[in-house]
Ligand binder design. Structure first.
Ligand code: ATP
Ligand code: MG
Length: 377
């Protein structure tokens, strides 16, 4: 393998990469053309999720950095930012980096895998292809949203079944993000949709503005905001609504043994800090408590009942494929990732295939079944 070349492109020492490969912090994917390396952990300052394609040339696509979350907003904004902040919508879908690799448009998941489903949809978009060809070395980062995808199903009226909304333009190799106004201008020039932009605020006024925006977004069933340094020199901060929190919890408690305890804990703690910072009175607290409690209890009760009645818990996604081949490719991809699915219903029209993909939630089914059959925890 061309370790020296890879090391040079990443600006790190070769022995670091060698060591990481041995420890499997870097994994090589050989069943793709070109083969590529995936960083499963941070290695010498290179982010987890980084992909390095070993084609005729070496193409680096750096990982998307983790975004810090605000629990209690005002003091964090004051300490973290310099004078002004940009506020934009945080959409609830899945993170996608789109890059040009050897002339092809590829869509990468957060972990760094080329996702065949997302790649098929985004490589069909001429504006994205044009943008990447005319801006070499750039990566388009955005949220894929809508109701037809294998990862996060959430309805956005403007997105339909599959939407892509850009939120960053980054240097593929160095990961530097473009300032927000310049980014918006460039995206608009190419006719590529971006996340809703609420404006640039003095940091002293930002918290108020964010609370107002987040409340409005919550009313529309939308997630929240990301607050960014307009120059993109400081790391962004995310802040979300209680309603989103509740719907995440409700989703996760359908399969209570599938998610890590941290997932639940963090979402419960957020409610406490937000209630205090929003200075809530008795009625508002009551409403929050009810929302939180229902989001935990109701889906769990439903799942326990389903298992009691003999069902196996599954998470279902309706997906469209251009043809049999595309479907098979995607199923192979999922199986390689160790995901167990059954394809349950098929409908064909105009050469396309629509399937219901049922992902088996084994841990939750088994643990619930075991408790119901008289075993203690
Ligand atoms: P993270 O590792 O970044 O905390 P997470 O899986 O916990 O990721 P989220 O809580 O959804 O994710 O928050 C971060 C994600 O929000 C980003 O990875 C990105 O996909 C998504 N996102 C949506 N809208 C924006 C936006 N406007 N700017 C940046 N990221 C956004
Ligand atoms: Mg998200």
């Amino acid at each position: 393998m061309r370790l020296a070349e890879v090391a040079e492109r990443l600006g790190i020492e070769e022995w670091r990469i060698k060591g990481a490969l041995e420890r499997q912090s870097i994994q090589q994917i050989d069943n793709f053309n070109p083969p590529y390396l995936i960083f499963r952990k941070d290695v010498a300052g290179v982010e987890r999720g980084t992909a390095v394609f070993l084609g005729e040339e070496v193409t680096v696509v750096r990982g998307f950095p983790k975004i810090m979350r605000a629990f209690y907003l005002e003091p964090l904004v004051r300490r973290h930012f310099s004078s002004r902040v940009a506020v934009e919508e945080k959409m609830n879908g899945y993170n996608v980096r789109v890059a040009l690799v050897e002339g092809r448009v590829l869509a990468l998941t957060r972990g760094g895998y080329v996702c065949p489903y997302t790649t098929a949809r985004l490589s069909a978009r001429r504006r994205i292809g044009r943008f990447l060809k005319e801006n070499p070395g750039k990566v388009l980062c955005g949220e894929a949203v809508g109701t037809r995808n294998p990862y996060v199903v959430h309805h956005y009226p403007e997105a339909g079944e599959f939407g892509f909304f850009a939120f960053d333009i980054r240097d593929a190799a160095g990961n530097r993000a473009m300032p927000v106004l310049e980014r918006n201008r460039l995206l608009e020039e190419y006719g590529i949709e971006h996340v809703r932009f609420f404006g640039i605020f003095k940091k002293e006024e930002a918290t108020e503005a964010v609370f107002r925006v987040v409340r409005e977004l919550a009313q529309e069933g939308r997630e929240g905001v990301v607050i960014k340094d307009p120059e993109m020199r400081l790391p962004p901060i995310k802040y979300t609504s209680s309603q989103t929190n509740a719907s995440d919890l409700a989703y996760a408690f359908r399969f209570p043994y599938e998610y890590g305890r941290d997932f639940f804990f963090s979402r419960i703690i957020r409610e406490g800090f937000q209630a205090v910072e929003w200075d809530e009175g008795e009625a508002e607290l009551e409403e929050r408590a009810l929302r939180l409690g229902k989001s935990i209890l109701l889906p769990m009760v439903e799942s326990i009942r389903r298992v009691r009645d003999g069902e196996v818990l599954t998470e279902d996604h309706v997906l469209d494929f251009a043809g049999e081949e595309e479907l098979e490719e995607f199923l192979t991809y999922l199986r390689r990732q160790g995901v167990s699915v059954v394809v349950d219903e098929v409908e064909r029209k105009d050469g396309g295939v629509r399937v219901v993909l049922r992902r088996l939630r084994r841990s939750s089914t088994d643990r619930i079944r075991s408790v119901l059959s008289g075993r203690g925890e």
